[in-house]
Design a protein around this ligand. Structure first.
Ligand code: NAD
Length: 347
């Protein structure tokens, strides 16, 4: 892997390699852009097949954070950290404290938060070494789990898409298929039920669909069947690349709007969706509630402020849909162009 080529190709500013013998820490902090403000983005704790894979993951995710932050109107740039998980588990608290020392050394250029494989407890450990961290439990003066707010933003995004299709944004009696009812999917189902939607859900962990079925009325289908349902909205809330060339011909939904990051396996998949008449809500536009939540916590804001900023996803998504229709350009491309225009205007 040619790191500098990857960096220049992706317009990345800086990559920091962090190593510490005592704790066994091996981490990469990728700073994609600080043009709009300090780079913010989660810290992953995962096993990787190779160091190159870890670097690529950090770079790709850091860039996505730049886009998410910019499109959401936040004065922050994009960054991401990955801590490479060891076969032999070392002491977790020490690992995250040492990571905090590296975050501190960047003097606020990068602000870290929770991501796949990390918890709010890990953020507490990071906080013992640096203040450039957010995503702290409510009982420790943070705003707690961002997942309910991410779900709320997804609902706003769905409503904007419904308006585009039906001229009315009511979810009442609309059928929504949710792929993955983990942190975000669970809260999304609760919100949609309150709006009068009919729900079809699937998860590879049976206990997650059962937990939901014990609380609200849902139809449970297998993970293999969820994307094939005839529904108004398909909501990917599980993993990346649900929307791909192989699956698109089988989709029977009118809208795709979910929380998962990188839902399209390729940008060009959006054109296939347009050909099928499926309205796509770009993932990073409507799943920004979590980012808005952690930024608000970092800035010492309250939940009322978070709800207010997240509600703006509705109008933002409506604007993207209008521009997409007028210019005959897919929604994901419109969102990307909006971000690029904003960033490239800056010195
Ligand atoms: P999670 O791990 O809690 O939930 C994902 C769920 O999907 C799990 O229950 C898992 O069992 C299930 N799943 C995995 N593969 C599946 C499959 N093939 N079919 C059906 N179910 C499957 O994660 P989460 O925090 O709910 O996040 C979901 C997605 O949203 C991720 O892509 C995440 O990056 C993204 N996201 C989350 C947040 C947040 O606030 N948590 C914010 C922005 C984006």
């Amino acid at each position: 892997m040619e790191v500098f080529k990857e960096m220049t190709d992706g317009d990345h500013e800086e990559v920091v390699f962090c190593a510490d013998k005592a704790s066994g820490l091996r981490a990469i902090i990728a700073i994609n852009s600080t043009k709009l403000g300090p780079a913010i983005g989660g810290c992953r704790f995962m096993a990787y097949h190779s160091e190159a894979e870890a670097i690529q993951d950090a770079l790709r995710l850091a860039k996505a954070m730049t886009y998410k932050s910019a499109v959401s109107g936040l004065d922050y740039g994009g960054g991401k950290a990955v801590i490479i998980k060891h076969e032999s588990g070392r002491e977790r608290d020490l690992l995250f404290k040492k990571f905090g020392v590296f975050v501190e050394s960047l003097k606020g250029k990068y602000i870290t938060t929770v991501d796949s494989g990390t918890t709010m407890i890990d953020m507490e450990n990071i906080r013992s070494e640096t203040s450039y961290v957010t995503g702290i439990p409510t009982e420790r003066s943070g705003l707690g789990d961002p997942s309910p707010i991410t779900a709320r933003g997804v609902v706003w995004g769905m409503k904007a898409c419904l308006f585009e299709l039906y001229g009315n944004d009511s979810l009442n009696n609309k059928v929504v298929a949710i792929q993955g009812v983990g942190n975000v999917g669970y809260y999304l189902a609760l919100l949609l039920q309150k709006e009068g939607a009919r729900l079809i859900v699937a998860d590879i962990h049976e206990e997650r669909t059962k937990r939901l079925a014990n609380e609200i009325k849902v139809e449970i289908v297998s993970p293999e069947q969820i994307c094939l349902q005839e529904v108004d909205i398909l909501s990917p809330c599980a993993l990346a690349s649900t929307v791909n060339k192989k699956m698109i011909p089988f989709f029977k939904c009118k809208i795709i709007a979910g929380a998962a990051n990188n839902q399209l396996s390729k940008d060009s998949d959006a054109e296939l969706l347009v050909q099928k008449g499926i309205v796509y809500a770009p993932d990073y536009v409507i799943n920004a509630g979590g980012l808005i939540h952690v930024v608000a916590e970092y800035e010492g804001q309250r939940m009322e402020y978070v709800h207010d900023v997240v509600s703006k996803i509705y109008q933002r998504m409506r604007n993207i849909l209008s521009l997409s229709r007028e210019k005959n350009i897919p929604t994901n491309r419109i969102a990307d162009l909006m971000v690029q225009e904003k960033i490239h205007k800056l010195p």
